[in-house]
Write a protein that binds this ligand. Sequence first.
Ligand code: FAD
Length: 287
Amino acid sequence: MPSPFHSSFELFPPRTPEGVAKLGAVLQQLAALRPEYFSVTYGAGGSDQDGTYETLLTVVKHTGIEAAPHLTCVGSTREHVAALLERYRAAGVKRIVALRGDLPATALSPAAPGDFHYASELVSFIRQTHGDHFQIEVAAYPEMHPQAPGPGADFENFRRKVEAGADAAITQLFYNADSYFDFMERCGKAGITIPIVPGIMPITSFASITRFTAGCGADLPRWVRLRLEELQFDKAGLLDFGLAVVTRLCETLLKNGAPGLHFYTINQAEPMLRLFKNLGIGAPASV
Ligand SMILES: Cc1cc2nc3c(=O)[nH]c(=O)nc-3n(C[C@H](O)[C@H](O)[C@H](O)COP(=O)(O)OP(=O)(O)OC[C@H]3O[C@@H](n4cnc5c(N)ncnc54)[C@H](O)[C@@H]3O)c2cc1C
């Protein structure tokens, strides 16, 4: 039976033999939570497209659940992207997460080097070459993409991706539900009706959550940061507090109309099992 709300789990291609060995067990635990699909990152942390493809096949083999590769513009040629799309299509892929990709911190322009500079161009290319075969997901930024000159310009760029043919969007992680509701209001006024699914990252460590939020320009509310800082050497206390914060965020979003939730799992099952249990959704009794 599917979970009572649409969920999806994001994975990255494991980079160590231990990560590869652990993935099967993690997948089985996550699959028990009945996500609609798994998505697999590309390029983040230096992963290559083969890693994304291999992980995609592993997901399908271990779970039988749909897997969606992320595809990025950075350094890509039209020929390379065309070949990847053919490879994915042949493997039965029906959904793609289309992104510009992360640029080095030293990049002077937001335009990615290569044949595609922005995600909107990638979306157009996928539509031109494959029609409606792929469901295309794009990224949305309730708190603004950090390289945008301002929220208005960033919103126009989001609109461009929708007009290019995106079917749905996944947001950057955030801990302030109001930023999502404000973004949805702006979409409503602009006539944008595609589903926009909040991206949720469980909080499991003070160091990593401050790094992630700083890296993507997301606000970590002061009171949350202060509590996490105080709890940073009390692992159990920090996990409980982080779980309470993220549970409340998910409940607020779902209660107020979010069409589903996308989870940045960082290839860890335990935080997801605890979160789903807190949300009252069929986690195994042993958790
Ligand atoms: C759900 C999700 C999954 C992700 N997965 C990955 C992954 O697998 N691999 C990875 O490397 N990164 C990934 N990222 C990070 C993502 O690549 C970065 O956030 C990246 O900096 C922007 O990607 P985008 O697709 O949103 O870019 P775009 O939508 O292209 O926007 C990038 C910037 O350019 C601006 N812009 C867009 N179009 C124009 C234009 N025509 N003229 C001027 N400015 C413009 C935008 O306002 C923004 O500031 C992911 C992010 C999310 C939210």
